[in-house]
Design a protein around this ligand. Structure first.
Ligand SMILES: [Zn+2]
Length: 1061
């Protein structure tokens, strides 16, 4: 049907009563056109509505129409993806816009847009037969109710009575008034609705109860003011423009959350030139109900009230970047006068235990809960389950923070479990990092191709016709860690033109063939942005049928690939020609690193794929494979040398690898001679990423997704330079090449850890690599500092990174454009791409954070079980890598952990070492120098020097409401006696994760009885156990831990180590 066909329209006048921004009431008369045809978005439609886009299914028992009050107050319930057949009326949506503001309105719009939610918008006020004229004397609320009811009736009639319609409301009067008017249209309460139709959706019931409780409490709020009122938006705006106020994002100091926060100003909108980029907000009154992350407006206090940040050292010093030193001198200090945007998220809180003094007011059922994140204030929750929730971790949302209340009010969303239990803690980590990884839904899985013994998946002849078929012409193989099941990259190399030319090929899983843009699977992958690796599990970005099967370039089977083929001069290796395109491949060999290296070294090695051949044929094939590996090595050496000349950095070496058994469990971590083949594969991947970056950037100069790594700020290198100097090494940081060269030379033959520690410091000083849209920054900033390449992107891991999926689509579009066709789908604008890049960057940081925090969780769970004074596991060798005022930061290689070790305690005692090196607490003093720290007591003077080896005792500091932390206590200023390298190191590390998992399982079995365990798993628990194969994760994790990587840096450094595999 043509969109503009002349339907009958009736002109109406609609009177609106609006409130102006100054609070004046205005009456507006608008012309309002009613139509006969307004889309119903139902698949049952018989009236040929113009139902474009999402439609409600026809096989439901009913559709549900929430009234205005429900949409306003219970929107979170409507956000449950399980609910089906939801019709949101225009009347309700407008009310949300009007009463709740843009933020909540946008959430509603996103809900409507998101195909994963089964809800549609009905423009009821434009529909001739559902529109209701407001009557004289009718209140706004009454009229709105009539409109919504009339819409419900319209649906019932429009669908010819084929679908029951349920209107839900929280107003008993409405139920009384409307429930018996028309058969087929029911009016019930939200509670009845949930009980009748969604009894199993326990979390929705809980959420409903907690919202209702919070609403009731809000009505009975007292009126005494605790805080100054916020100024109205227009006053704030004018104040910012005039320079009187400053706008910025509030950031609370984690270590002094009660008192210290600061506002980072955005841009240079303020005219106050005296200001640096930061304003201190001291104390609760000045913070005036702003929460960490909110966009606030501050007014400066008179200079006499300015203060400095506190410089006393507390735990967590290792988080600080060097260069950002703490200063005591007074800085601009202000107070919050208004809030422009609340950035509240879901918070995990802990309910206080019974003994707590709070329980006296338990009758009121308003409980002060403590957020897991130190920076968030206590949240007051109204609940009837206070007793049951003691010592539990619960997800809550903040509803409001009135000026009459010392604390924000919130409601609970769902219960995670008892604090301290493994599953509870893992879920806490995920929620605190805004990571939502539900199991893939049935609807998503229905989009997936089938591959079963009865119905094996085969390549499609029409696809073969469109693709370049490399199955017969090219020897394709993969090289991965042993046991790897998600093979997303393969290689090929061959000689052309009688040896004058070489052809190098990189063939990547063609994920975008299976994941259509905008499909449910695509939306989910986009939302996740990456696969998440935790210490004991992983959450995949794509369903297993793709990641472990059809997209995995396994040996001996036909697979679709996205290929880059370079034609190189055999002698100079200069690029003659590059071909990009979709292919069909069949990998001949699925090699692992050791096997490939053994072949290269001419050692005897059994290639599993060749066992079936007779010896003459086998020898020929083996010779062919060896030759290919040799050619590959030759090319990679050349490419690496090219980048080395440009200044590519190798920040740390890989020193262990994980050995996996048949079930993909880590059986051992084996120290390994760095194999050249690792670098060879890595180099080819870097090359492919680089050439794809060139291609998409050249074809779409303003709309390509690339990855930059900005050069570091020189001042961040000061700690590295000073530390190296204390050991007699000069580190030159003027360029990446100089840095790489000088790091290579900084080797102490007596202490292999030194070089690793220096590389760690270099890594910490670096900025983080980030995705960006080429339209957003000038071309001279595209540079990748770590890899020394002018353009770089991610193309080689589409199974586990969404950026690569985007890049595959861009490449496919670029190929179309190059061949003179226009791309099938419109490209994302630079602005959209920039937003996407921000989203992926954010999710990557979250992924790194959960990786780090989950590792720390396992470390704490491991040591919590042990008596630090009896168990030998708790005493270990450590190396001092930084000096602080009252202690040192130490690294424990055995467990790959870092932490502060205090030399002065709260009682003012200091640690002194006796003749044998054994340390004890004595009264005395401490003195810090640039490369050492000394303690003086009656025993004598003890010096702790940078990079010296000491012995520490590891214990766990338990914080009930927050994450536990590891505590290092210096036992001796000499190295631990039983220092044996790698063997013990690897042994303990893998044991740690295994043992913690075993203990957690035992504990839960004891608590619940093994038989009931499975059935008692809540939906959330099942949801969070998606996958328990941590193979790749652990491999990466070992590299990170043992090379002392800062997790914030882990991404691009892995790129360097692993070549973006
Ligand atoms: Zn219709």
């Amino acid at each position: 049907m043509a969109p503009c066909c002349p339907h009958k329209m009736i002109k109406m006048e609609k009177t609106l009563h609006l409130k102006s921004s100054r609070g004046r009431k205005v009456r507006v008369v608008r012309e309002h056109y009613l139509r006969e045809q307004v889309p119903c978005y139902s698949s049952l439609c018989l009236a040929s509505c113009d139902n474009d886009g999402k439609v409600l299914p026809g096989d439901l028992t009913h559709y549900v129409v929430p009234d205005v009050g429900v949409v306003l107050d219970y929107q979170e319930i409507l956000e449950f993806r399980e609910l089906q057949g939801i019709i949101l009326t225009q009347t309700a949506c407008q009310a949300v816009h009007h009463c709740k503001g843009r933020r909540q309105y946008n959430r509603l719009r996103n809900l409507l847009k998101d195909p994963r939610h089964d809800c549609v918008l009905f423009a009821n006020e434009f529909q001739e037969f559902s529109f209701c004229q407001r009557e004289n004397g009718e209140s706004q609320e009454q009229w709105q109710t009539r409109c919504v009811y009339s819409a419900a009736v319209w649906y019932y009639n429009h669908l010819a009575g084929m679908m029951a319609v349920v209107m839900i409301t929280e107003n008993q009067d409405i139920i009384n008034q409307y429930s018996n008017l028309q058969s087929g249209v029911y009016v019930i309460s939200v509670q009845e609705y949930l009980q009748n139709f969604w009894l199993e959706l326990r979390t929705a019931h809980e959420l409903y109860r907690s919202i209702r409780q919070a609403l009731q409490e809000k009505e009975s709020e007292c009126t005494e003011k605790e805080f100054t009122e916020h100024l109205p938006a227009e006053v704030l705006e004018a104040g910012i423009k005039s320079g009187r106020y400053i706008q910025g994002t509030l950031s609370v100091n984690k270590h002094r959350a009660q008192t210290e926060a600061s506002v980072r100003t955005e841009g240079l909108t303020n005219k106050n030139t005296e200001l640096s980029s930061e304003v201190l907000v001291y104390g609760n009154k000045n913070r005036n109900r702003a929460v960490h992350g909110d966009v606030v407006v501050v007014e400066l206090l008179p200079k006499s009230q300015w203060r400095g940040k506190v410089s006393a050292l507390t735990e967590g010093q290792l988080e600080e970047k060097n260069g950002e030193d703490i200063q005591n001198k007074p800085m601009p200090t202000g107070s919050v006068v208004g809030i422009l945007q609340r950035n509240w998220r879901d918070y995990v809180v802990t309910f206080p235990p019974r003994e707590s003094p709070q329980s006296q007011s338990r009758n009121s059922q308003r409980i002060l809960t403590v957020p897991w994140d130190h920076r968030i204030p206590k949240i007051r929750i109204s609940t009837q389950q206070a007793d049951a929730l003691q010592d539990h971790r619960v997800v809550v949302r903040i509803d409001s923070w009135e000026s009459t209340s010392l604390y924000p009010n919130g409601h609970s969303v769902r219960v995670l479990g008892r604090a301290g239990e493994l599953e509870t803690e893992v879920q806490t980590i995920l929620i605190e990092n805004c990571i939502h990884v539900p199991p893939f839904s049935d609807a998503q899985l229905r989009e997936m191709p089938v591959n079963s013994p009865e119905k094996p998946w085969k390549v499609d002849p029409s696809q073969v016709a469109e693709r370049r078929d490399l199955r017969e012409s090219h020897l394709v193989f993969s090289i991965d860690p042993a046991g790897c099941e998600d093979v997303d990259d393969t290689l090929s190399v061959c000689s052309l033109a009688g040896g004058k030319l070489l052809e190098l090929g990189v063939h990547i899983a063609d994920v975008t063939h299976f994941v259509a843009e905008g499909s449910l699977t695509d939306l989910e992958a986009h939302a996740r942005a990456t696969t998440y690796y935790l210490a004991d599990r992983r959450y995949d970005m794509l369903p297993a049928i793709l990641s472990a099967d059809l997209c995995s370039l396994l040996g001996g089977v036909d697979r679709y690939a996205m290929s880059v083929l370079w034609e190189l001069d055999a002698h100079t290796l200069a690029v003659n020609k590059v071909w990009y395109g979709r292919t069909v491949i069949r990998s001949s060999y699925q090699l692992h690193y050791e096997l490939a290296q053994a072949l290269l070294n001419g050692e005897h090695a059994e290639v599993p794929e060749l066992t079936q051949f007779v010896s003459s044929e086998k020898d020929a094939k083996l010779a062919q494979l060896k030759q290919a590996l040799e050619m590959l090595t030759h090319v990679a050496r050349h490419l690496r040398a090219q980048r080395d000349q440009g200044g590519a950095l190798e920040l740390e070496g890989v020193e262990v690898r994980a050995q996996l058994d048949n079930e993909k469990n880590i059986t051992a971590l084996v120290p390994r001679q760095p194999l050249e083949i690792h670098e060879t594969v890595a180099e080819c991947m870097i090359y492919a990423n680089h050439w794809v970056a060139r291609m998409i950037q050249e074809v779409f100069p303003h709309q390509a997704l690339l990855r930059q790594h900005p050069p570091p700020r020189q001042e961040f290198f000061s700690q590295l330079v000073e530390s190296a100097k204390s050991k007699g090494f000069a580190i030159d940081t003027r360029s990446n090449k100089a840095l790489a060269d000088s790091l290579d030379k900084a080797v102490d033959p007596q202490d292999s850890l030194l070089n690793r520690l220096l590389r760690m410091m270099a890594t910490q000083a670096m900025s983080q690599a980030m995705y960006f849209s080429t339209g957003a920054i000038p071309q001279d900033q595209y540079y990748h500092y770590g890899l020394a390449l002018d353009r770089y992107t991610h193309f080689t891991s589409p199974i586990r990174r969404y950026a690569d999926i985007v890049v595959h689509r861009l490449l496919a579009a670029a190929i179309e454009v190059e061949s003179g066709r226009s791309p099938a789908k419109a490209l994302a604008s630079s602005k959209e791409l920039e937003e996407l890049a921000h989203h992926i960057n954010r999710k990557n940081r979250a992924a790194q954070q959960v990786q780090k925090v989950s590792t720390e969780l396992f470390q704490c769970l491991y040591f919590k079980e042990r008596d630090p004074h009896k168990d030998q596991c708790c005493v270990a060798n450590a190396v001092i890598y930084a000096i602080r005022d009252n202690g040192v930061l130490a690294f424990v290689p055995l467990y790959g952990m870092k932490g502060p070790a205090y030399l002065k305690n709260r009682e003012g005692q200091v640690l002194s070492a006796g003749q044998d090196g054994h340390c004890e607490w004595q009264s005395g003093s401490v003195r810090r120098y640039s490369d050492c720290i000394t303690t003086m007591s009656s025993i004598g003077t003890t010096t702790f020097t940078l990079f010296c080896h000491i012995t520490v005792r590891i214990s766990v500091q338990s914080l009930r409401c927050h994450a536990d932390s590891v505590n290092l206590e210096v036992v001796s200023n000499r190295p631990h006696r039983s220092v044996t390298l790698h063997q013990t190191e690897s042994h303990s590390r893998s044991q740690l994760v295994q043992e913690v998992v075993r203990l957690a399982e035992e504990a839960s079995q004891q608590a619940q009885g093994k038989a009931t365990r499975l059935s008692k798993l809540s939906k959330e628990e099942q949801e969070f156990c998606q996958s328990k194969s941590p193979n790749l994760y652990l491999l990466l994790e070992e590299i990170r831990e043992l090379s002392l990587m800062d997790p914030a840096m882990c991404n691009h450094s892995l790129e360097i180590v692993m070549g973006s595999k």
